[in-house]
Design a protein around this ligand. Structure first.
Ligand SMILES: CC(C)(COP(=O)(O)OP(=O)(O)OC[C@H]1O[C@@H](n2cnc3c(N)ncnc32)[C@H](O)[C@@H]1OP(=O)(O)O)[C@@H](O)C(=O)NCCC(=O)NCCS
Length: 151
């Protein structure tokens, strides 16, 4: 089976939205995918897609913010998990940010999201701090963990 990581195209927004809705406990709105896939010279947000034999397995959305880069979202479909796809997507996004001259990569993650926190730690991200009661949950609110990686 052949796997490939490629930049998003405008026509990818629908498939990304469907994968996210089926895979994430906190899915994005379709308009957010349309935005990050729009392309164009003034495009700040970018997305990379991982495909296996042409089928979407996961994606990462990231952006340059002043001197830093930021990971906005990373999702791998349920059936594709624990095969290293998340790590490959995150590595590709970090490399793309290095190419833009970013000095640091930052992100926020739900405190309860152990799979994602482990993934980030595996690539060398460390915890910088916490935003208390930042994310909504069905039961109330939960903390955001702030992480970063020097590039
Ligand atoms: C987080 C996510 C992207 C990981 O994708 P993945 O392709 O399964 O990750 P990988 O196979 O590359 O795993 C890399 C490392 O992440 C960690 N990890 C991944 N899934 C894990 C799990 N279920 N439990 C604990 N650690 C996990 C491990 O350290 C793993 O390394 P290992 O397999 O050598 O132990 C995936 O679980 C996902 O899409 N979750 C839902 C969306 C989400 O929460 N995104 C993060 C938003 S901040």
């Amino acid at each position: 089976m052949e796997s490939l990581i490629r930049p998003s195209l405008p026509g990818d927004a629908g498939a990304m939205c469907m994968l996210d809705a089926a895979s994430s406990a906190w899915p994005w709105r379709e308009s957010q995918f349309v935005h990050c896939c729009a392309g164009g010279d003034d495009q700040r947000e970018r997305a990379l897609l991982l495909e296996l034999d042409g089928h979407l397995q996961g994606f990462v959305v990231f952006a340059r913010e002043f001197d830093d880069g930021s990971i906005y979202n990373i999702v791998v479909g349920v059936e594709g998990r624990r095969q290293g796809f998340g790590l490959r997507l995150l590595t590709a996004a970090v490399e793309a940010l290095v190419d833009t001259g970013a000095r640091r990569c930052v992100l926020e993650v739900r405190k309860s999201n152990k799979p994602a926190r482990n993934l980030y730690e595996q690539l060398g991200f460390h915890v910088d701090g916490m935003r208390r009661n930042y994310y909504p949950t069905p039961e109330g609110r939960e903390d955001a963990i702030l992480m970063s990686l020097d590039l």
